[in-house]
Design a protein around this ligand. Structure first.
Ligand code: HEM
Length: 564
C-alpha cells in the first residue's frame, strides 16, 4: 500500500476535527478518558498518517494538531453563531454565544449580576448568556421554569460540587425524583411545629450576640459579627453546636476559607466539565475537605449523643423514624446536608441582615420609624425573644417583614438566581412563551426581575419599604423625598419577588430565615443604637457586594451604643 500524500491527509484531519465536534455536541462526553481519546489520541494517530509526507516528526505533529484543533474551534464557533443553532433566535453578545469561558472570565470580579442586568437592558427579557444557556427577566417564565411542572436543577451544580461525585447535598441533586426523596425530611424540619422548637436554640444565640455587641465600645465590622452569629446558630441547628465564633472569633479562619472558595466555584459552575480536572489538582479543596471532615465528626458525635432538643439534625436523620418504611436518608446524606444547612443558612441570612442595617443607617428616617415600632411593641419588661406576640402584632410583623422584603428585593443574597436545565435526551420544553430546546440551561435573574419597573414602581432602584404596606398605610408613611407619590402609577407584582426562588426546589429554610432575622433585629434595635463609624465610606457597601452564586460582602463599620 502506498503512503498517503499531504493532499490526501489534510482533508482527513479536517474531517476528523468535524467528527470530533459532532461527538462533543451530540453526546457531551465529560469523562477525562473520552477527552484524552478525542483530543490527544485521535490527533496523535493523524500525526502518524502525516509522517511519511512530512519532512520531520515535529512538522507532522504541529501540522496534525494545529489543523485538527483549528477545525474544531472554527466549526464550534461557526455553528454556535449560525442560524441553525437551537438557541439562534435568542439575542446575546457574540462572546457569550461562542463559549461559557467568557462568563467564567466576566464573573471573576464578582459583578456578574451587574453584567447580566446590563445585558437585559440591551437585549430584552431573554438573553443568550452561553452557547446553551439563557437568562430570563420575564415574570411569566417564573412559574413555568421553577414551579411544580418546571425543570430540574441545571448542570452548573456539576461544576460547583465537582468533588461530591457520590453523595450530593440536597441543593445540587439534579434528578427530580431523587431530589423530592431527599427533600422530605427537610420539609418536615421546617413545619410550623418544628420551627416553634427552634426558638429556644435561637434565643440563646441572640442573647449571646446582643450581649457581646453591648460590650463593644470601639467601631466594629457589623457584617462580620453578624456572620459569626448566623454561623454559630446554624451549627447549633445542624449538629447541636461545635462553633463558637461569637465567643472566640473566627480563630480557625473557617468563614474566610468558605468565602475564599466561592470565586473558583463560580468559574467551575460556568464550565462544569473543568471541575473534574480541578478537583484532581494536588492540594486543591483541602480547606473545604477539612471543614467537611469537621462536620462529619460533629454529625457522628451528634448522632451518638441522641436528641438533646429537636434541632434540624433531629429531622434530617429522621430520629422519629417516620421514613422507616420508605427510604430513610443515609448518614452520609445527612452529614452532607448538615454542611449545606450551615453554608446555605448562615451566609444568606448574614448578607440580608447586613444589607438591612446598611439600608437603615443610610435612611435615618426609616431607621427611626422601625426603632419606634419595636419600642412600642416591646415596652420595658416585655420578653424581647418572645415570638408569641407576633401573630397579634400585625403592624410590627408587617413592618419587620417589609424591611426584610425590601432588602431582599434589592439585594437578594442569591443575586443571579438558581439554574435549571432541560434534559439532554428529551424534546425540549415550553417555558411560558419561550421554547427551550433539549440540553438548554436557564435561570431567572433575580436581581433584574426585582428591579424591573414593570414589577415594582415607583422608585424600583430605591429602598422604599412602604411599597409593601397596604395603600392607606403607604400614604401615611410616604417620606419627604417621595412627594407626589399618589400621582405616580403604583406597581407591585409579588409574583416577581423570588429571593427564595420558587417551586418544589425553592429555599426550604425560608421560614427559619424570617424567624431568625425578625427576632434578632427586634432585639438589636431595642437594646442598641447604631451609626456609621466616622470615615466609613457608605458607597463601598454596594461596590463590595459580590455575586459568587451566594454573595460576599465588604466591611460595615459601625459604632454601637447600648440604649437604656
Ligand atoms: C435570607 C435568607 C435566605 C435566602 C434568600 C435563601 C435563598 C435560597 C435560594 C435562592 C435557594 C435556591 C433554590 C433553588 O434552587 O431554586 C436556596 C436553597 C436552599 N436553602 Fe436557602 N436561603 C436563605 C436562608 C436559608 C436558611 C436559613 C436555610 C436553613 C437551613 C436555607 C436552606 C436552604 C436549602 C437546604 C436549600 C436547598 C433547597 C433545595 O434544593 O431543595 N436557606 N436558598
Amino acid at each position: 500500500m502506498s503512503a498517503l500524500s499531504m493532499q490526501d491527509t489534510l482533508p482527513a484531519i479536517v474531517a476528523a476535527g468535524l467528527v470530533c465536534h459532532f461527538v462533543f455536541n451530540r453526546y457531551e462526553p465529560d469523562s477525562p478518558l473520552s477527552h484524552v481519546g478525542l483530543l490527544v489520541i485521535v490527533p496523535s494517530i493523524l500525526t502518524t498518517l502525516l509522517l511519511p509526507s512530512a519532512s520531520t516528526f515535529m512538522r507532522a505533529f504541529g501540522c496534525a494538531y494545529l489543523l485538527y484543533y483549528s477545525t474544531i474551534v472554527l466549526s464550534v464557533v461557526v455553528y454556535r453563531l449560525s442560524p441553525w443553532h437551537p438557541l439562534a433566535r435568542y439575542p446575546g453578545p457574540v462572546p457569550c454565544r461562542i463559549s461559557k469561558f467568557w462568563m467564567a472570565w466576566v464573573s471573576r470580579d464578582g459583578k456578574q449580576h451587574c453584567y447580566y442586568a446590563r445585558l437585559h437592558q440591551t437585549y430584552g427579557d431573554v438573553v443568550r448568556i452561553g452557547p446553551n444557556e439563557l437568562s430570563m427577566r420575564d415574570v411569566n417564565a417564573v412559574s413555568p421554569l421553577l414551579g411544580a411542572n418546571g425543570l430540574p436543577k441545571g448542570p452548573h451544580w456539576d461544576g460547583r460540587m465537582a468533588e461530591q461525585s457520590t453523595i450530593r447535598t440536597l441543593i445540587s441533586v439534579r434528578d427530580a425524583a431523587e431530589h423530592s426523596r431527599r427533600r422530605k425530611p427537610w420539609n418536615r424540619a421546617f413545619s410550623s411545629a418544628a420551627l416553634k422548637g427552634y426558638e429556644e436554640i435561637l434565643g440563646k444565640r441572640v442573647q449571646q450576640f446582643v450581649a457581646m455587641l453591648e460590650q463593644r465600645t470601639e467601631p466594629v465590622d457589623l457584617a462580620e459579627l453578624i456572620s459569626h452569629f448566623t454561623f454559630d446558630f446554624m451549627s447549633d441547628m445542624a449538629f447541636g453546636g461545635g462553633s463558637e465564633m461569637l465567643r472566640d472569633g473566627d480563630k480557625d479562619n473557617t468563614w474566610h476559607l468558605l468565602e475564599s472558595g466561592l470565586p473558583i466555584a463560580l468559574v467551575l459552575s460556568h464550565v462544569p466539565w473543568l471541575g473534574k480536572y480541578y478537583v484532581k489538582l494536588p492540594g486543591i479543596g483541602e480547606d473545604l475537605k477539612k471543614f467537611r471532615m469537621f462536620c462529619q465528626q460533629r454529625a457522628t458525635l451528634r448522632r451518638s449523643q441522641g436528641s438533646q432538643s429537636k434541632d434540624l439534625f433531629h429531622y434530617l436523620i429522621d430520629e422519629a423514624g417516620l421514613e422507616r418504611h420508605s427510604s430513610p436518608p443515609t448518614f452520609a446524606e445527612v452529614a452532607s446536608d448538615g454542611v449545606l444547612a450551615i453554608v446555605a443558612g448562615s451566609d444568606t441570612t448574614a448578607t440580608t441582615l447586613s444589607c438591612l442595617f446598611w439600608f437603615l443607617l443610610s435612611n435615618p428616617q426609616t431607621y427611626r420609624r422601625l426603632q419606634a415600632e419595636v419600642d412600642r411593641f416591646f415596652p420595658p419588661g416585655e420578653d424581647l425573644l418572645s415570638t408569641v406576640h407576633h401573630p397579634h402584632m400585625s403592624y410590627l410583623d408587617a413592618v419587620m417583614q417589609v424591611h426584610h422584603n425590601e432588602t431582599l428585593r434589592l439585594f437578594p443574597p442569591v443575586l443571579s438566581g438558581s439554574q435549571r436545565g432541560t434534559p439532554r435526551d428529551g424534546d425540549g420544553m415550553l417555558v411560558g412563551p419561550y421554547f427551550l430546546p433539549k440540553g438548554t440551561s436557564a435561570f431567572i435573574h433575580f436581581y433584574s426581575i426585582h428591579r424591573d419597573p414593570r414589577n415594582f414602581s415607583p422608585f424600583p432602584e430605591a429602598f422604599w419599604p412602604e411599597r409593601w404596606l397596604p395603600a392607606d398605610q403607604r400614604a401615611s408613611f410616604a417620606s419627604s423625598d417621595s412627594k407626589g407619590l399618589d400621582k405616580l402609577p403604583f406597581v407591585h407584582n409579588t409574583n416577581a419577588f423570588v429571593p427564595f426562588s420558587f417551586g418544589p426546589s425553592n429555599c426550604v429554610g425560608k421560614k427559619l430565615a424570617y424567624l431568625e432575622m425578625r427576632t434578632v433585629v427586634c432585639v438589636m434595635m431595642h437594646r442598641l443604637n447604631f451609626s456609621f463609624a466616622e470615615g466609613y465610606e457608605q458607597e463601598s457597601w454596594e461596590r463590595d457586594l459580590k455575586d459568587y452564586f451566594v454573595s460576599t460582602k465588604g466591611r460595615l463599620q459601625v459604632v454601637l451604643s447600648p440604649r437604656n
